[in-house]
Design a protein around this ligand. Structure first.
Ligand code: ADP
Length: 450
């Protein structure tokens, strides 16, 4: 096992990894940018090293600086968290060539799955259903028009390198397809330096259901059941839960097996997530693999009792999984909500600044993953997530009741947060009945037709 690990990330996930290391008796080195200097979670690491200015390209995304910090800190492995360099196959390669283990999947699987178009091909090879769409990348407008007519509108233009909802456009007719193609390409080019796009049939009112998988370096792969993440705004998740409400058991089984088949085909190990869309007839379609730990991983930790970050570390150190599929339980109902420094009343505009009051909920059935407290300044430079509030109860109804209580206890001043809209959602009958889809927030709360 490693003696010392570096966390190449910030905020709540850096703290999550620090805690996993401490639980395992491993020393941990944190890194920080100027914007995060003095953040309280850094004091929990054994060492904290400044890696540059606030701008991510010069700190959390800067490979030479992170490798230097790893050398100064004398670590044997790097945990990348999520976002930043976590899905960067080149970074994984650099780490390993410097004899520092990258806590994540093998580079080759990352490369293949990191490109949505390649991942689609792999899914087809593993006999996993994909959303109907173009066979490969779309290079000509004429080709896109022809395909859209064959599939029928609406269609979705997707960037092969896309992520975080960027490089994606819905087209309802020829005109919006032409403009969408140009703008999706442009957005993907500037965000990912890769403007290639492809077309998919736009599934109307789908649910987003994903499967957590875990593999070791000895060819063992298991799934840890599903998470329903249908409540999203602008294709970004706000609420995640397991088990998925109203998901027939036979569909759950098929989904989980499809996910295992897919990652086995890719020669994958470590933690990963296969994302699917489920239509109103419970047909499911693969959309992408996230080759990293996800924000919502604690949902799965609560229902299975398995610590996913510790598992990632064990797998990276070469250990075999200590359990088989049959040993993995799924008990009760877990729900996570994302508390972001954003103003839901102003289209979720970021709301950085100093938190002047912070009174989080407590009591039975609650887990709070956060790096902030009163007096903390939310920097404007990064993702706006400030806390993940989770509840774990025997049934979904009880979990919703506990979340309602927890959200009513949660008191924050100084910044705007997503708490008010989350309170509305947990009072919403459609949500309680499990009858929401990925367009629900936009249709119901932002009053925008989709
Ligand atoms: P990203 O990597 O940018 O997050 P994804 O491919 O994971 O993009 O898709 C994000 C979200 O976009 C999904 O959860 C879903 O809400 C929506 N989406 C993606 N593909 C489709 C599709 N073919 N039809 C309808 N909605 C889709």
């Amino acid at each position: 096992m490693f003696q010392r690990i570096l966390v190449a990330n910030r905020g709540e996930i850096a703290l999550r990894v620090i805690r996993a290391c401490k639980d395992m008796g491993i020393e941990v080195v944190a890194v920080f940018s100027e914007a995060d200097r003095g953040a309280p979670y850094l004091a929990l690491a054994d060492q904290a090293i400044c890696i540059g200015p606030a701008v991510a390209a010069e700190s959390y995304l800067n490979i030479p600086r992170i490798i230097s910090a790893a050398e100064i800190g004398d670590v044997q492995a790097i945990h990348p968290g999520y976002g930043f360099l976590s899905e960067n196959a080149h970074f994984a390669e650099v780490c390993r060539s410097c004899k520092i283990e990258f806590i994540g999947p093998p580079e080759q699987a990352m490369r293949q799955l990191g490109n949505k178009n390649e991942a689609r091909k792999l899914a087809m090879a593993a006999k996993v259903p994909v959303v109907p769409g173009s066979e490969g990348l779309i290079t000509e407008e004429g080709e896109a028009l022809k395909l859209a007519h064959e599939m029928g509108y609406p269609v979705l233009i997707k960037a092969a390198a896309g992520g975080g909802g960027r490089g994606m456009r819905v087209a309802h007719n020829d005109i919006s397809l032409k403009t969408g193609l140009a703008s999706a390409r442009q957005e993907a080019e500037s965000a990912f330096k890769d403007g290639s796009v492809y077309l998919e049939k736009y599934i109307e009112h789908p649910r987003h259901v994903e499967v957590q998988v875990l593999g070791d370096r000895h060819g063992n792969v298991v799934h840890l059941y599903e998470r329903d993440c249908s409540l999203q705004r602008r294709h970004q998740k706000l609420v995640e839960e397991s088990p998925g409400p109203n998901l027939p058991d036979s569909v759950r089984q098929e989904l989980c097996q499809a996910a295992v088949r897919l990652v086995k085909t890719a020669g994958y190990y470590s933690a990963g997530t296969c994302e699917f869309l489920v239509d109103k007839n419970n047909r499911f379609y693969f959309i992408e693999v996230n080759a990293r730990i996800q924000v919502e991983h604690p949902v799965t930790e609560l229902v299975t009792g398995i610590d996913l970050v510790q598992q990632q570390i064990r797998v990276a150190a070469g250990e075999k999984l200590a359990f088989t599929q049959a040993d993995i339980p799924h008990r009760g109902s877990a729900i996570e909500v994302r508390i972001n420094a954003e103003d839901p009343a102003a289209g979720f505009r970021p709301s950085p600044g100093v938190i002047t009051a912070w009174r989080p909920p407590g009591g039975p059935g609650i887990r709070l993953d956060t790096h902030v407290s009163a007096g903390y300044r939310v920097p404007p430079n990064y993702d706006s997530l400030v806390a993940k509030l989770l509840v774990y109860r025997p049934t979904r109804d009880q979990a919703i009741d506990t979340m309602r209580r927890a959200l009513s206890e949660f008191h924050v001043e100084g910044i705007k947060t997503t708490i008010p809209i989350l309170r509305d959602i947990f009072n919403d009958i459609a949500f309680r009945e499990g009858k929401v889809d990925t367009t629900y927030i936009e249709r119901t709360y932002l009053k925008k037709e989709t």
